[in-house]
Design a protein around this ligand. Structure first.
Ligand SMILES: Nc1nc2c(c(=O)[nH]1)N[C@H]1C(S)=C(S)[C@@H](COP(=O)(O)O)O[C@H]1N2
Ligand SMILES: [Mo]
Length: 394
């Protein structure tokens, strides 16, 4: 059965996974399901592989970040995957190792959706330069976005395969090809088993086929990726093709060597340091833009804030200062509030003739306050110092 007559709108209008199953099961590889990268709103930070973030003002337009303005972070090729040929393997410490097609995955397991914020551990990396510049993609504060993800829950697939008692970690492997120092490998991630087995609607790890009501684009992991609420983006593996249940974290380069907080490139130290999982309490000013000319005696400031990714935290307070942190004005939330999702905020801030910058800091429900300065680390992860935007008085 083929559906060449189905337009993108027809299919998306119905939106259900059942429709996707029909399309995936139909003959021939369809462009419908492998949308071209739509990078209109993004600023490239690296051309090849393509790494890009939106101008910050785009982030505060909507709580749910449109795909067009959603950052892209890829370490290697963007694989072209035929959804009809695609299979996902489940192996390791399971009673029943299995290989499942995309259509079967969608048909067999109940569909589940969640809204979750993805943020790169390297978001705001360029700000480390104020202390000492680090290598890697020089992100501003835009390597973050919030989306609604639809797919099936990892826990359902794992229960179907039967998790053995010795299981402690779940590994994810992608289909991309990454070349570094004459070695070729693919991207991998891993999460502790407790996180993999979470069943709550906000916290469950998804095997996602859709983002904001459309099939994943190629750049965001078509046809299948993990989405791990509360964890750094690197654990949400795109182009997922294999899940391995194990008694230890994945030996993949991006778990074993990268995404760790270390003071130097020291193999022994890196081996001893545990991988980063949760993201950190953070906030940033998205409007006005850095360098803006401000006249008048007040300015409307807008931005985002994010709790750290442990369960049960919410943002309690967001404050903006126009005098370098001496006095603070509280911001109002302008978005829904949901676990593992950013909040958007707005503050009407009085200016002084001497205002040179605007600064934001967030406090969470446990009383944790965003630190004024972020501790430096060699690989430039988890920058979460007070975000400062320089402004001019017109
Ligand atoms: N297969 C694969 N998955 C991946 C990556 C990658 O390079 N390859 N990058 C990771 C990183 S570091 C981040 S921050 C997120 C970014 O997801 P996005 O490009 O959809 O925004 O994907 C993660 N998953
Ligand atoms: Mo990332």
């Amino acid at each position: 059965m083929t559906h060449p007559q189905l337009s993108r709108r027809d299919v998306l209008g119905r939106g259900a996974l059942g429709i996707l199953a029909v399309a995936y099961g139909s003959g021939g590889r369809s462009r419908l399901w492998s949308a071209e990268p739509e990078n209109g709103d993004l600023i490239a930070r690296q051309a090849t592989p393509f790494n890009a973030e939106p101008p910050l003002a785009k982030l505060v337009e909507k709580w749910m970040t449109p795909v067009n303005s959603f950052f892209v972070r890829s370490h290697g090729t963007v694989p072209e995957i035929d959804p009809k040929q695609f299979t996902l393997k489940v192996e390791g410490l399971v009673d029943k190792p299995l290989t499942i097609s995309l259509a079967e995955l969608i048909e067999r397991f109940p569909s589940a959706s969640t809204t979750a914020t993805l943020t790169c551990a390297g978001n705001r990396r360029s700000e480390f330069a104020a202390i000492k510049k680090v290598g890697g993609v020089q992100w501003d504060a835009g390597a973050i976005g919030n989306a609604e993800w639809l797919g099936v829950r990892l826990v359902d697939l794992l229960k179907h395969a039967g998790v053995k008692a010795e299981a402690r970690h779940v590994w994810f492997d992608g289909s991309d090809v990454i070349t570094e120092k004459n070695e070729t490998f693919s991207f991998g991630g891993s999460i502790p088993i407790e996180k993999a087995l979470v069943t709550t609607p906000t916290g469950a790890t998804l095997l996602a086929t859709q983002m904001n009501g459309q099939a994943l684009t190629a750049a965001h992991g078509f046809p299948l990726r993990t989405v791990v609420p509360g964890f750094i983006g690197a654990r949400s593996v795109k182009w997922l093709n294999k899940i391995t249940v194990s008694d230890r974290p994945s030996p993949n380069h991006y778990v074993a060597d990268v995404y760790k907080l270390v003071p130097e490139e020291n193999a022994e130290l890196i081996a001893k340091t545990s991988p980063i999982y949760e993201f950190m309490l953070n906030s940033a000013i998205c409007l006005p833009a850095s360098g803006a000319n401000l006249n008048g005696d007040r300015v409307n400031v807008k931005g985002f804030a994010l709790t750290n990714g442990t369960t049960g935290r919410s943002i309690k307070q967001i404050e903006v200062s126009a005098d370098g942190g001496q006095t603070w004005v509280p911001a109002k939330l302008t978005s829904p509030v949901r676990d593992f999702c950013w909040v958007l905020w707005s503050a009407d801030v009085p200016l002084t003739p001497k205002t040179e910058s605007l600064v934001v800091r967030a406090t969470d429900s446990s009383g944790e306050v965003q630190p004024q300065a972020s501790p430096w680390n060699y690989k430039g992860y988890q920058f979460n110092g007070w975000h400062k935007v320089s402004v001019k008085r017109a």
